[in-house]
Write a protein that binds this ligand. Structure first.
Ligand SMILES: Cc1cc2nc3c(=O)[nH]c(=O)nc-3n(C[C@H](O)[C@H](O)[C@H](O)COP(=O)(O)O)c2cc1C
Length: 211
């Protein structure tokens, strides 16, 4: 087979203007709840795109950890490659793909670090192994070998033996506040429905886009 022909049957379930909430975060919640209803693995996985000071892009999966404060939050290492990108250029993009519904959501906006208290509260909720891992990992730096990582994890475990583990200083959350959110509903014959929200005054402008 030279060409991948993996098209699945399209249910052609449309998305109409009148179904859309005036607020994209509420619209996102509606779609996200439907997605959660399918009991997916890693339901909160999302692609996060950043670009460095030269505009060179980079994309990776992270987990969506909050939808409060009118934005999307995730946690990571501030010294990682993405952290460096975001320090130089706070513009970022997210992309969600929810296959059973043939839906995609794209978000662009600027990120800011979440208050330290929020990072501490989230970190406290993590399993101890993940907390140790956060201390052991110099995320995105070159690692000589696996043994070094395992030794670093043992060192972190010894350091915090019998104590509560705080988040490492270089680890924390970001909140991406959207400037634009696009909801894409797959339909047959590539005649998909697309609606883009962009900020207008204190509300949002909603426009239909060609697929
Ligand atoms: C399903 C999945 C979930 C992930 N969740 C996170 C996350 O929440 N935070 C994080 O820093 N990295 C997460 N990663 C790892 C990132 O994809 C990436 O490898 C890491 O953050 C380093 O990226 P960077 O070098 O671009 O900074 C996840 C990877 C996968 C596949």
């Amino acid at each position: 087979m030279n060409e991948l022909d993996l098209r699945t049957h399209c249910r052609d379930r449309g998305l109409a203007e009148h179904e859309l909430d005036a607020d994209p975060m509420r619209q996102f919640h509606m779609w996200f709840d439907e997605w959660l209803g399918t009991d997916p693995l890693e339901p909160n996985a999302m692609a996060l795109a950043t670009a460095d000071a030269q505009g060179v892009p980079s994309v990776r999966i992270v987990l969506l950890k909050g939808l409060a404060n009118e934005g999307f939050s995730f946690f990571t290492n501030y010294d990682s490659e993405k952290g460096m990108d975001l320090a130089a250029n706070p513009n970022a993009a997210l992309c969600f793909y929810w296959m059973p519904f043939e839906r995609q959501v794209r978000v662009t906006g600027k990120v800011a670090r979440v208050p330290r208290k929020e990072t501490e509260a989230y970190f406290r909720s993590r399993p101890r192994g993940s907390q140790i891992g956060a201390w052991a990992s110099k995320q995105s730096a070159v690692l000589a070998d696996r043994a070094t990582l395992e030794r670093d994890a043992l060192d972190a475990e010894a350091r915090f033996k019998g104590q509560e583990i705080p988040p490492p200083p270089q680890w924390g959350g970001y909140l991406l506040k959207p400037d634009a959110v696009e909801f894409w509903q797959g339909r047959s014959s590539r005649l998909h429905d697309r609606f883009r929200y962009t900020r207008k005054g204190r509300g949002w402008l909603v426009e239909r886009l060609y697929p």
